[in-house]
Structures are given as structure tokens and as C-alpha cells.
Design a protein around this ligand. Structure first.
Ligand code: SIN
Ligand code: MN
Length: 273
């Protein structure tokens, strides 16, 4: 559970970080599982950023009965996210963000609710939980956030450098007044962030990959008012921690098919997540 100080920080800044929230063994198992999971690999979509680097992700609405689902249903994400949203939440979607060495593309300034508003969600009662799977720093394009920007409400989004991004006239005014915070993470750290928090990331200029898993939740009362992209309300079944521990152990003991190569081909164009 989050402390009163953490809740207060989220209210003020729109994000809170829990360091070492998942163990090295859990993170390694998730990476290994992902590299050998044909369903995840088949779902990878990509889009070129303004400099021709490819931004890639694999996304799913229903948490599967495997390690991806165990993370998304974990009390370590769901309990703090429920506290931060302030009411019962459900799984909206999860996505594996794949920023590859040298070629992983940038994300322009946006709010997640800038997309989700268009998916029939009435209120910004929604949250993203980013789990770092690799070390994330300035060199490999870690997330940047504008603290407090969640308080602006939803900003109009339109075409920005080939992506859908926030109105840059407003973002530029904000950037003249405050510097972004670079959210540097170690594997296993989790960033909980409000759906109206402005964020972006640079391309990966390093020889290291920057993978992360982002699990997104919506308030039960804010389920889309008509069929739209991403999930409608379904009760969220929590992960049994002993089942997760057994899966982590089983994956660690598997002979690995893929060596350390984390390159993944994109099979379709990326839509706004
Ligand atoms: C990123 O991980 O670089 C972008 C993630 C997001 O936009 O949610
Ligand atoms: Mn986003």
C-alpha cells in the first residue's frame, strides 16, 4: 500500500515511483518468457518516428493466464493503482514497449487520456503502471514527464511529427516554465502515472535495449460508454503470489531457445495505444 506522503506526491505531481517493486528473478523471467512467446511476438506493431527510428510495442486487452497476466493482476500493481484512482479498477490493456538498441524510436509529448478520451472513456479516472525491464536512462530513451501537468486536464491531441501528440503550442509554454523530469529506472522499478500526465521519450541512442511493460487500468465506473478500443469492465482476478513464484522458477529453469538477442520484428503498423 502507498503511504500518505506517496498519495500526496501523486496528487501534486501526477506520478509516484516504487523502486525494486519486482525482483531481478521476476524481471528476468518476464523477459525470457516474452522472447519465447509466439503470441506476443505475433502482435508486435511498429511505426517510424520523425527521424526514421522504429517505435515498437506488443499490446493486449485481456490479461492472459501466463506471466504477463500474473504481473498485470499482481497486488503490487493493483492495490496502489486502486488507491491512486480512488475506486475499483479493472485491466484496460497492457503493452510491452520494445525500444531496441540504436534503432528504438521516440514518443512525442502526449497524455494517455489524449488517446483514451477517443475510446469512449468519459473521465480521466485511469492510470498507467510502467515496469522497467531494462535499466532506463537518458542514453536509451527513458521516459520524461512534466510534473504536475496532469492537473491541466486533457489537452487537444493532433498530428505531431507523424505521431498523435499533445498541442505543442501549449507544451512549449509549459517547457519554458519548467524542465521535464527524466525518470531513470533500474529493472523492477515501477512508475505509477496519471493518464493526464504529459510524457515523452527520446529514441534509443545506446547499444542497450530499453524494454518496459506498461499495465493500464480504468475505474469500473468509467468503462467505455460504447464498444471501443481496449477492454470494458470485467472484474480483476488477483494473482496468487505462489503461482507467480512457481511460474518464475519454471521459466528460469527452461532451456532458452533465443540467446540474448532481443530484436523482434514488427508485423503490423502501430495504432495509438
Ligand atoms: C515510452 O515508454 O517511451 C512511452 C510510453 C508511453 O507513452 O506510455
Ligand atoms: Mn503514453
Amino acid at each position: 500500500m502507498l503511504s500518505a506522503a506517496e498519495l500526496e506526491q501523486y496528487t501534486r505531481e501526477g506520478f509516484v515511483i516504487k523502486r525494486g517493486w519486482f525482483s531481478p528473478a521476476e524481471v528476468s523471467a518476464l523477459i525470457r518468457f516474452a522472447q519465447d512467446d509466439p503470441e506476443m511476438l505475433a502482435r508486435v506493431t511498429g511505426r517510424l518516428d520523425s527521424e526514421g527510428n522504429q517505435t515498437k510495442l506488443s499490446l493486449w486487452d485481456d490479461p492472459p493466464q501466463n506471466l504477463f497476466g500474473f504481473f498485470a493482476r499482481s497486488r503490487r500493481l493493483v492495490e496502489p493503482a486502486t488507491q491512486l484512482v480512488g475506486e475499483e479498477i479493472y485491466h484496460y490493456h497492457s503493452k510491452l514497449m520494445l525500444k531496441e538498441p540504436h534503432t528504438g524510436g521516440a514518443w512525442e509529448w502526449h497524455q494517455d487520456y489524449g488517446y483514451w478520451y477517443n475510446y469512449a472513456c468519459l473521465r480521466p479516472a485511469m492510470i498507467s503502471c510502467l515496469i522497467a525491464l531494462d535499466r532506463a536512462d537518458r542514453e536509451n530513451g527513458c521516459l520524461q514527464v512534466l510534473p504536475g501537468s496532469h492537473d491541466l486536464g486533457r489537452i487537444d491531441h493532433g498530428k505531431v511529427a507523424g505521431q498523435t501528440g499533445a498541442d505543442m503550442e501549449r507544451v512549449d509554454v509549459l517547457l519554458a516554465r519548467q524542465s521535464p523530469t527524466y525518470v531513470e529506472c533500474e529493472p523492477g522499478d515501477v512508475l505509477f502515472f496519471h493518464c493526464n500526465l504529459l510524457h515523452r521519450s527520446d529514441a534509443n541512442r545506446s547499444p542497450r535495449s530499453r524494454w518496459s511493460l506498461i499495465c493500464c487500468y480504468n475505474a469500473r465506473s468509467n468503462s467505455p460508454y460504447k464498444p471501443a478500443r481496449h477492454a470494458a469492465y470485467q472484474p480483476l482476478e488477483l494473482t496468487d503470489e505462489s503461482r507467480m513464484a512457481a511460474a518464475v522458477l519454471e521459466i528460469a529453469n527452461r532451456p532458452s531457445r533465443s540467446a540474448q538477442d532481443k530484436s523482434v520484428p514488427a508485423t503490423a503498423p502501430l495504432a495509438n495505444p
